[in-house]
Design a protein around this ligand. Structure first.
Ligand code: NAD
Length: 418
């Protein structure tokens, strides 16, 4: 399918092919499992604040609808492309299946730089995108959530646009909304908190002592900042963090609470007085116990994989490690990888809780949310670790095998229509 051609889509396909070979999936079943069910590309004209107008490109890819509605984030980033969104949708499918959620995967995005748009322009763009998507989304069809460059406010505008169209309030159309509009407590923190829980579990498995361990986080956004705090609460010393503008390093540990204040005021970690600057490429190869990529895809590649110096690679971002880098890490054998579809699954798990709460109009406490989240992550972690040990395969291959197998079995049982 040439329309999806993109380095990230090729990477997702390469991973799928490795899993399909491992699972000995017949050739005749592979295309049906691999390629998205449907994709939308829309032109989004909006009025700019200066009186002019501009057209942006919007995308939504729904990977499969075999197990229920599709579920996945909406990304605002200048480099968003159809193939990238298709790859992210595919990973969402395996992630939802791995954690036992009744969803297929989806992803969407608008090619824009949200930092160059005013709040009013972001609102017009979000509403126009939602309007264009109305024929293809719904609480039983496709449910969106925040991702890179989007947040609770964007979800609130989406929900309002969809509800105005329907003529009644439909909170279950999106997750990651403000709690006051039917969002779930604990959703904003879910991805980073889930990553923190899984890193802590991994430290147990490896015999690493939390209060003697150090961590580095690339991408100090929603996921990365919460993961850093979560690790600090387990006793881990966070020695470096970065965002798109640059990085910070302090071998004695960063004061995250002061950094939080600085970040809230300046909207960047850069310039924080309690640390020295460090470039992003150097940050990834700085020695630490736990390395958490929490920004973009394809950060750990064949050029830096041999130089990474950590004990645990916790993939909070989607697709941060290329298959070539994976091969190098596997050969090295000294790094325990918590693969993305497991490591950042906390976000979609609590999104699922939010959807369930909205459909029932019955809301849970934070401790109920966190307890249920950790149970699901624990189950997925244990199954992945057991399979990886039993079959002597990488954690990534084990996690993907569990996810892909479940979707394959569901498709087989449902049969091929007509
Ligand atoms: P975000 O926009 O809140 O944060 C992203 C952070 O990465 C920002 O601080 C940004 O400045 C930084 N960044 C961007 N480019 C960078 C670069 N080249 N080097 C270093 N830092 C860079 O986004 P988020 O929601 O935290 O998402 C981060 C990652 O986690 C993405 O891969 C996303 O797909 C994944 N993810 C997010 C969720 C969620 O619930 N938000 C769930 C699962 C996975």
């Amino acid at each position: 399918m040439e329309i999806y051609d993109h380095p990230t889509f090729r990477m997702a396909c390469q991973q799928f092919d490795l899993v399909a070979d491992h699972l000995e999936i017949p050739e005749s079943d592979r295309a049906r499992l691999k390629y998205p069910k449907r994709s939308m590309v829309v032109a989004l004209p909006i009025k700019r604040d200066d009186g002019g107008s501009e057209v942006f490109s919007g995308y939504r890819v729904q990977h499969h609808l075999t197990l229920g509605p599709t579920k996945g984030g909406l990304r605002y980033h200048p480099e968003v492309a159809l193939g990238e969104v298709a790859a992210l949708a595919m990973w969402m499918s395996w992630k939802c299946a791995l954690t036992g959620l009744p969803y297929g995967g989806a992803k969407g995005g608008i090619a824009c730089d949200p930092h160059q748009l005013s709040a009013a322009e972001q609102e017009r763009l979000t509403r126009r995108y939602t309007q264009e998507m109305i024929p293809f989304i719904g609480p039983q069809t496709d449910v969106m959530a925040p991702d890179l460059g989007t947040n609770e406010q964007i979800m609130a505008w989406m929900m309002d646009t969809y509800s105005m169209h329907m003529g009644y309030t439909v909170p279950s159309i999106v997750t990651g909304k403000p709690v006051g509009l039917g969002g779930s407590v604990g959703r904003r923190e879910a991805t980073g908190r889930g990553a923190g829980y899984l890193i802590n579990r991994t430290m147990d498995v490896l015999g690493l002592v939390a209060n003697q361990a150090t961590a580095i986080v690339q991408g100090y956004g929603n996921v990365g900042s919460v993961a850093a705090f979560s690790l600090a609460r387990y006793g881990v010393k966070v020695i470096a963090v970065s965002d798109v503008k640059g990085g910070l390093y302090n071998p004695n540990g960063l004061d995250l609470w002061s950094l939080e204040k600085h970040n809230a005021e300046r909207r960047t970690v850069v310039g924080f007085p309690g640390a020295e600057p460090i470039p992003n490429d150097q940050l990834l190869v700085t020695p630490c116990d736990i390395l958490v990529p929490a920004a973009l895809e394809r950060q750990i590649t064949e050029t830096n994989a041999a130089n990474i110096r950590c004990r645990v690679l916790a993939e909070a971002a989607n697709g941060p490690t290329t298959p070539e880098a994976d091969a190098i890490l596997e050969q090295r054998g000294d790094i325990f990888v918590i693969p993305d579809i497991l490591c950042n699954a906390g976000g979609v798990v609590v999104s699922y809780f939010e959807w369930v709460q909205d459909l029932q109009s019955f809301f849970w406490t934070e401790s109920e949310v966190v307890d249920k989240l950790f149970r699901i992550l624990e189950g997925a972690f244990t199954q992945t670790l057991n399979l990886s040990r039993k079959q002597k395969i990488s954690m990534r291959l084990a996690a993907l095998s569990l996810g892909v197998r479940r979707v394959q079995e569901a498709k087989k049982t449902r049969g091929l229509f007509p």
